[in-house]
Ligand binder design. Structure first.
Ligand code: HEC
Ligand code: HEC
Ligand code: HEC
Ligand code: HEC
Ligand code: HEC
Length: 189
């Protein structure tokens, strides 16, 4: 290489190459992180339903809609009837509410996209946690400030165990059964 070409390589190509490597590294890092623990996952939904409006501004209780949270394994997404108890009369000329009504009238469940999911081989139960006094925000952060629900924390085994090991300190007054919540069989049955 002649000196001028070498200069060109160092001054122009090298910085560009370094920048490209850095960008692609950052991209793969964040993409693979999202695949690994789901944090930041925010699927779009078939109807522009907003938690910020309903649970935040209107202050509707989480369990008015998520009726399973203190009774069963699943918190459950509400059936369309729950929405229609208000939207038979509220905002009926909004296109989004007309979409809602079409699902309701045709008896078609709304295809809400699941946000949080742990693998089938692991066992989780909402009611145990809610009845021990945990709040939705302990695991799902401030859903009442979210337009679209976003996964805020990882639901990896490490994260479950981190809380199970330290729950004594975080939730004083909790009668944690000695170490039961760290046994494999508790979550893998
Ligand atoms: C008026 C009914 C209603 C109220 C009130 C409500 N939600 Fe929801 N929630 C829904 C619907 C419908 C979905 C499914 C669509 C979506 O994800 O936005 C949902 C989804 C969710 C999800 C994601 C479920 C998944 O797929 O992983 C979480 C977490 C959640 N809600 C938590 C809360 C919390 C916490 C509150 C109270 C601060 C609350 N919700 C109040 C109706 C409601
Ligand atoms: C101890 C952590 C924890 C707490 C507290 C918690 N959740 Fe969840 N939530 C999870 C996990 C883990 C999943 C995924 C469960 C699965 O894949 O079976 C989930 C999934 C959900 C889902 C979708 C699947 C389902 O179970 O119906 C909804 C809706 C939901 N949570 C709402 C709530 C609401 C509302 C509260 C408060 C009343 C709450 N959660 C409290 C950890 C928690
Ligand atoms: C307790 C009553 C109540 C329930 C239950 C309720 N909503 Fe609403 N919703 C409202 C109110 C009030 C507004 C705001 C109307 C306004 O802007 O004047 C609203 C607004 C909306 C909007 C925005 C409409 C627009 O175009 O501005 C959508 C979409 C919506 N709701 C969907 C739903 C869905 C889906 C459910 C069930 C998961 C639901 N709502 C349950 C009271 C309710
Ligand atoms: C924010 C704290 C917290 C997080 C996060 C958490 N847990 Fe728990 N978990 C608790 C507490 C508190 C108990 C109650 C312990 C007791 O009954 O003594 C509990 C109990 C349980 C139990 C015992 C149920 C029974 O039959 O006694 C299971 C199963 C469980 N958790 C699964 C999970 C899984 C799976 C995850 C992760 C996806 C998780 N937990 C995340 C706090 C947490
Ligand atoms: C508090 C609940 C909890 C306890 C206790 C628990 N696990 Fe898990 N485990 C999970 C969850 C949730 C997952 C799935 C999420 C993940 O991959 O991190 C998982 C995943 C796994 C995996 C798959 C990991 C992978 O990378 O694919 C193995 C293997 C496993 N656990 C073994 C164990 C063993 C062995 C024990 C006892 C020493 C144990 N677990 C105790 C909740 C638990």
């Amino acid at each position: 290489m002649r000196k001028r070409e070498l200069d060109y390589s160092l001054k122009v190509r090298l910085p560009i190459t370094v920048a490209l490597v850095a960008i692609s590294f950052a991209l793969t890092y964040f993409v693979s992180r999202a695949e690994r623990d789901g944090v930041g996952y925010t699927p779009s939904q078939p109807i522009a339903y907003s938690h910020k409006l309903h649970a935040g501004d209107l202050n509707i209780d989480c369990q008015y809609c998520h009726t399973g949270a203190d009774k069963s394994r699943h918190a459950m997404v509400p059936p369309t009837e729950t929405c229609m108890s208000c939207h038979k009369t509220i905002k009926i000329d909004s296109p989004e509410i007309q979409k809602l009504k079409e699902y309701y009238d045709s008896d078609t469940p709304i295809p809400w996209q699941r946000v949080h999911k742990i693998p089938d081989y692991a066992y989780f139960d909402h009611s145990v946690h809610i009845n021990k006094g945990l709040d939705c925000t302990d695991c799902h952060a401030e859903v009442k400030n979210m337009e679209l629900v976003e996964q805020a924390h990882a639901f990896t085994m490490t994260n479950c165990l981190d809380c199970h090991r330290t729950a004594h300190d975080k939730f004083p007054g909790l009668d944690l059964k000695a170490k039961g919540t760290e046994d494999c069989i508790t979550c893998h049955r």
